[in-house]
Design a protein around this ligand. Structure first.
Ligand code: MN3
Length: 240
């Protein structure tokens, strides 16, 4: 959170429910009108959270250079362009989550950059070195219960990620108390009001070529299979 937002955050009297994804808040909801805490009058400014590990920490599965470019150039550009859109269109949504929930009201550039910001902020948190060792708890029970086993889940998730033509994401979402695997194009996500299937994303995989091409070239499947080694199930558990 940049300084001005932080100051306004301290003054805020309410946090909108859309920003309340546990431990995963992206851009605080800020109430600037004390009489009506749900209304804000100035566009928010979004800032990139620091990467929670070194650029090389996910090797050999994701290489250092890919992380540097993906985090430092791609994600950073989504934020710069989102901040521009917020000011130019005088967007006063209280958080990036409420913005996504109303995204049909805004331009395609806003949709792409707001999605790009939220998706990548979460993607960094959904990975960590040796993440596969954290498969346990509520998420393991839910996946084993619903898909049969982690391997069965991976089969379906991989299938969805392989079938995404061109650029996009595959998600594990919670919907009506159940888990579901869905895929979205470009930087869309299931929080958007335009999403074919809406739900709460609790895990997501970036299958844009920029996420893997330097190391894997056209071998998307190898990237996906290797990615399972670094899924941070602790972060997933924190969201369900
Ligand atoms: Mn990406």
């Amino acid at each position: 959170m940049e300084n001005d937002s932080r100051r306004r955050f301290i003054k805020a009297t309410a946090i909108l429910s859309g920003a309340a994804l546990v431990g995963c808040k992206v851009g605080a909801a800020v109430a600037s009108a004390e009489t009506n805490p749900a209304v804000i009058t100035e566009p928010l400014t979004f800032k990139q959270d620091p990467l929670p590990y070194d650029f090389a920490a996910l090797e050999p599965y994701i290489d250092k250079q890919t992380m540097e470019i993906h985090f430092g150039k791609h994600h950073a550009a989504y934020i710069t362009n989102l901040n521009k859109a917020m000011v130019e269109q005088k967007i006063t949504e209280g958080s990036v989550e409420t913005l996504l929930g109303n995204i049909s009201k805004y331009t395609m550039a806003t949709r792409n950059n707001a999605g790009g910001h939220w998706n990548h902020t979460m993607f960094w948190k959904w990975m960590k070195p040796n993440g596969k060792d954290t498969y346990a708890g509520k998420i393991a029970e839910a996946i084993n219960g619903q898909f049969g086993s982690l391997d069965k889940f991976k089969e379906q998730f991989t299938d969805s990620a392989m079938k995404r033509f061109g650029s996009g994401w595959t998600w594990l979402i919670q919907k009506d108390g159940k888990l579901e695997i869905v895929s979205t194009p470009n930087q869309d996500n299931p929080l958007m009001d335009i999403a074919e299937v809406k739900g709460k994303p609790i895990l997501g995989l970036d299958v844009w070529e920029h996420a893997y091409y330097l190391k894997y070239q056209n071998l998307r499947k190898d990237y996906i299979n290797n990615w399972y080694n670094i899924v941070n199930w602790d972060a997933v558990n924190a969201m369900i």
